[in-house]
Ligand binder design. Sequence first.
Ligand code: SF4
Ligand code: SF4
Length: 93
Amino acid sequence: MSTAVIVKSCTTTACSFNDGGCTALAITVGGTGAKASCTTFVALDARGGLPSANGQVGACKRLECVHNTDLLCTAAEVSIAGEDAECLTYEVR
Ligand code: SF4
Ligand code: SF4
């Protein structure tokens, strides 16, 4: 059933995986509280990842999100934004 869930956009430019979008092979979404966030976020003195912004969601710990099935994201795509790398597609059941 699982198909690739792409990171449609990410405006968290402080992240080392951001190059006009997400260049990580696969991100993990988690966090606590009212917001879900990308826990793959890292701010290093380097840029890394894929040569182009084709990141996907590899795993998601937010079971209470309507898009979560078996710790995987089933949304068509996700958008990540802000200083806290928030998953804007997150929606509580
Ligand atoms: S989605 Fe996560 S890993 Fe990818 S660029 Fe944004 S904050 Fe970084
Ligand atoms: S949309 Fe929901 S299930 Fe998908 S990555 Fe965001 S919080 Fe996780």
